[in-house]
Ligand binder design. Structure first.
Ligand code: 7PM
Length: 273
């Protein structure tokens, strides 16, 4: 399976690791954006050194329960980071956003993948991707980030996720986005209970016959906290276990915070598979 994203071609014969790069203001804020820009860039360089195949840059607006980030603020956070990274690293840069204007500017700044938790449903998002050559990750979410965890209900979670992803992929094809540019993601934690998340990972293989690469994001998520009783900053071992199981169930890309540990674990998986 090959993924085309702008000037990159990823051959997905082994599981790939997408490293998470959060660009968020910190307590050292200088009132401008220099401090968190350089912190994010340094972190991204370290992730590439640790073996990341892709970098996913996010300005935090897609997080569950996050206070929505204004467009200009999101641009100010992520554009300088993408500009520096796209010139200095050899791996594709992904932009984690649902906002079409952010997609357009991020692509201009050198992003090669759009990672959209709303699967290009925002008006103008489909066109922003179609008028470029970047890859796109279509994620499933039930509801909106503000309300989705209140009481998620499905008749059959796997069937509903599969149907949604198939429909969004078809919409992309109809808009002129080549099949080789598309990847799919069941959206762990986005409008799902513990039981929904567990069933989705158990049956991840059943999403393979959609014919697209699968991306899985379970790193440090609350389902791992529910299973282990560990807080978010102590979910490394659980996250590595989840990445290993994901790869064995057919995930082509895992989106993770802890790149070094995940890369090593997946080398073992690849050697054995
Ligand atoms: C709080 C809760 C903070 C959840 C951050 C998160 C995914 C994603 C995110 C995913 C894709 C996180 C999430 N999760 N994009 N963005 N797939 N494609 O753990 O699972 O980073 S935000």
């Amino acid at each position: 399976m090959i993924l085309h994203c702008a000037q990159f071609e990823l051959t997905l014969t082994r599981p790939h690791v997408m490293g998470i790069v959060n660009v968020t203001p910190d307590s050292f804020s200088d009132g401008g954006h220099f401090v968190h820009t350089s912190a994010a860039v340094e972190h991204a360089f370290a992730l590439v050194e640790q073996g990341a195949d892709i970098l996913d840059v996010g300005g935090e607006s897609t997080r569950p329960n996050a206070t929505p980030v204004a467009l200009q603020e999101e641009l100010d956070r992520i554009i300088p980071v993408i500009e520096v990274l796209s010139r200095h690293v050899k791996v594709p840069i992904s932009i984690d956003t649902y906002k079409p204007a952010v997609m357009v500017e991020a692509i201009r700044a050198g992003a090669s993948i759009v990672n959209d938790v709303r699967a290009l449903q925002e008006p103008g998002a489909m066109q922003a991707v179609a008028s470029s050559k970047v890859g796109v990750c279509l994620m499933h979410m039930q509801g909106t980030p503000q309300t989705m965890q209140i009481d998620p209900v499905y008749t059959q979670v796997v069937d509903e996720v599969r149907l949604f992803l198939a429909e969004r992929a078809a919409a992309c094809l109809a808009a002129g986005i080549a099949k080789e540019r598309i990847m799919l993601d069941p959206g762990f934690g986005f409008g799902k209970t513990r039981a929904h998340n567990i069933q989705l990972i158990q049956e991840l293989s059943s999403l393979q016959d959609l014919g697209y690469p699968l991306l899985v994001g379970l790193s440090r998520k609350s389902v791992l906290g529910q299973v282990t009783g560990q807080d978010v900053d102590a979910r490394l071992h659980a996250s590595v276990a989840a990445a290993v199981i994901s790869a064995m169930k057919g995930a082509n890309i895992v989106r993770v915070h802890d790149v070094k540990a995940t890369v090593e674990a997946l080398k073992v998986v690849t050697a054995i598979l």
